[in-house]
Design a protein around this ligand. Structure first.
Ligand SMILES: Nc1ncnc2c1ncn2[C@@H]1O[C@H](COP(=O)(O)OP(=O)(O)OP(=O)(O)O)[C@@H](O)[C@H]1O
Ligand SMILES: [Mg+2]
Length: 291
């Protein structure tokens, strides 16, 4: 499976006074079986970009291809779009608005049934995926509207997982959650990638998460791709940080200070504060030996 953007452009409300060019000349490959983070300032086009991946938005210039399936600019009707939507699930920026059924069970079953699964199978999927997202099956008969924000989000994610596609797009899935809730969800995405081999496309403002789990990072800036690289290359690039207005992860804010103080940080490749402490201790121990 491969997702390729070729010279994609997108303008909202074209030929009206509200016309707004949100994406320009986007050429990028999204690698399968990886965790790919999409980052950039607010309004840089992240949500617009990812909505092209499952045909929710149609490019106005260029093409988006998913394997042999090609979405061309301004294409009116996309044949077999359902197949793409089943394989590439999108959890919106505020997924709680995706919930609408009377019970959580029916909400999770909705997608699979809509894509042709028998009700019994869909019910089993609901049982399975409510657990995967960290809730138990006692929730199934309850109303989705009585849940906390974080729980609603888990139910919305369970509904997309129940489609059993190969790719999961998550637009700001942890925004507004408490730190424990954030950690649990990030671990869920990590496990879905590492244990079930799913491609995860994660739009987020949380750079600590990006550093922790992403294999690749796509940086959007002023409607364009600024850079695509692994997270360590991205966060080492202080010019990128300055130019794109991205707030670096905690580990890197600290590394920049160490560098400014003359400390050689070139051997450090920590992805979390605990890894950073470990690596710094090793460097300091070596320095002690040398003395
Ligand atoms: N329906 C719309 N009509 C007109 N302009 C829009 C619409 N949706 C988004 N835009 C504009 O397009 C630009 C890109 O929006 P987009 O939602 O893709 O940004 P984003 O990077 O996801 O931002 P955020 O981090 O705030 O979610 C923004 O300037 C936004 O105001
Ligand atoms: Mg957005």
């Amino acid at each position: 499976m491969s997702i390729k953007f070729k010279e994609v452009g997108y303008t909202y409300s074209p030929k009206t006074p509200y016309q707004y060019e949100a994406l320009k000349d986007i050429t990028v490959d999204i690698d399968e079986h990886k965790i790919v983070a999409v980052i950039g300032e607010t309004g840089s086009g992240k949500s617009t970009l990812v909505q092209h991946i499952n045909g929710l938005l149609i490019p106005m210039t260029g093409t988006v291809s998913i394997n042999d399936f090609i979405i061309k600019a301004n294409q009116k009707k996309i044949r077999d779009i359902k197949k793409i939507r089943k394989q590439i699930g999108l959890v919106f920026q505020f997924p709680e608005y995706q919930l609408f059924e009377e019970t959580i069970e029916r909400d999770i079953m909705f997608g699979p049934v809509n894509f042709g699964e028998k009700k019994d199978v869909a019910r089993d999927l609901a049982k399975k995926y409510i657990k995967v997202v960290g809730l138990d099956k006692s929730y199934l008969p309850r109303s989705p509207f009585d849940l906390s924000g974080g729980q609603k989000r888990r139910v919305a994610i369970a509904g997309i997982l129940a489609l059993q596609g190969h790719t999961l797009i998550l637009d700001e899935p942890t925004a507004g959650l408490d730190p424990d809730g954030e950690k649990e969800l990030i671990k869920l995405f990590y496990d879905l990638n590492h244990k079930e081999n799913k491609t995860i496309i994660l739009v987020t403002h949380n750079m600590n998460h990006v550093l922790m789990v992403a294999d690749e990072v796509i940086v959007l800036h002023n409607t364009k791709i600024y850079k695509k690289a692994d997270p360590i290359t991205i966060f080492r690039d202080q010019q990128l940080i300055a130019e794109t207005g991205i707030e670096p992860p905690k580990v890197y804010s600290f590394l920049y200070k160490l560098e400014a103080a003359g400390f050689d940080t070139s051997k450090i490749n920590a992805r979390s504060t605990s890894e950073l402490i470990e690596q710094l201790e090793q460097i300091l121990a070596k320095n002690d030996k040398k003395k």
